[in-house]
Design a protein around this ligand. Structure first.
Ligand SMILES: O=C(O)c1ccccc1NCC(=O)[C@H](O)[C@H](O)COP(=O)(O)O
Length: 265
């Protein structure tokens, strides 16, 4: 049965309600944090590709054999991705903090790493930091305003960037109020799994130019990148269409080099 956002968030809250999960975070980070590395990598004049390592998903099932995860991340990096997103969640997406660590510490992955999970506790930010990640993805809809601010501040305090994911105008307002410097707009409704790229176009208009913007989900090739470039997006987060391609690295390459168009704000 497909699990939707509310189910996943409830399970995450249960998993992080006790002290056991805190033990998992009590590990050292090998690489020093490089504050602002993720934001700098996606802040260029062309639409940056954030290429995802997502072993499976609740909507599509298996997508990538774990044994191919690090080689695929190396391919993304060599093909011109500006960053790699790695799923830290195990039950629903088949990733793990160890997987994030193995990508972040790999010498052939020469780009920042985003720790992708469902953040409901600031100890998860510490875990992401200790796993070697450069950034975390925080979903506005999963938390209240106080926790949202805590998660963003914890990330910034540890030298990580926070990509703050929104789906509605109200969530964009909440993200900006929480101090987000990088705002993601999801094209996928996480309750129904339906995808609408127009959601990016609609919500981009209200975001100031000094905030970096990422269009997320359902992007499947250069034409889609050109479409979001026309709305002034700095980056695209792409998973499924890369992993379903016979050559994910070549697919990344075909999505790079699209100039961001100036849009009136
Ligand atoms: O990917 C899913 O099916 C999913 C289901 C429930 C909650 C979140 C989900 N995805 C998380 C993501 O943010 C995507 O992996 C990411 O935006 C890339 O999207 P895509 O290119 O469509 O794989």
């Amino acid at each position: 049965m497909a699990m939707h956002l509310d189910d996943i968030v409830a399970a995450k809250k249960a998993a992080w309600s006790g002290p056991a999960a805190a033990d998992a975070a009590a590990r050292g980070r090998l690489l020093p944090a490089r504050p602002g590395r993720f934001a700098a990598a996606i802040g260029g004049p062309e639409v940056s590709v954030i290429a995802e390592i997502k072993p499976k998903s609740p909507s599509k099932g298996p997508l990538l054999d774990l044994a191919r995860a690090v080689p695929t991340a190396r391919g993304y990096s060599a093909a011109g991705a500006s960053a790699v997103s790695v799923l830290g969640d195990t039950p629903y997406f088949g990733g793990s903090p160890e997987l994030v660590r193995s990508v972040a510490e790999d010498p052939w992955v020469d780009v920042p790493v985003l720790f992708k999970d469902f953040f409901v506790d600031t100890r998860q930010v510490t875990l992401a930091h200790d796993s070697g990640a450069d950034a975390v993805l925080v979903i506005v809809r999963a938390v209240d305003d106080a926790l949202l601010k805590d998660l963003v501040q914890s990330a910034h305090g540890l030298g990580l960037d926070a990509l703050v994911e929104t789906f509605t105008q109200d969530e964009v307002d909440r993200a900006l109020d929480a101090g987000a410097r990088v705002v993601g707009i999801n094209n996928r409704d996480l309750q129904t799994f339906s995808v609408d790229l127009e959601n990016s176009a609609r919500l981009r208009r209200g975001i100031p130019r000094d905030v970096l913007t990422v269009s997320e989900s359902g992007l499947s090739g250069r034409a889609d990148i050109e479409r979001i470039a026309a709305h002034g997006f700095d980056a695209a987060l792409i998973g499924e269409s890369l992993l379903n391609s016979p050559d994910p690295a070549a697919q990344v390459r075909s999505c790079t080099g699209v100039p961001i168009l100036e849009v009136a704000s």
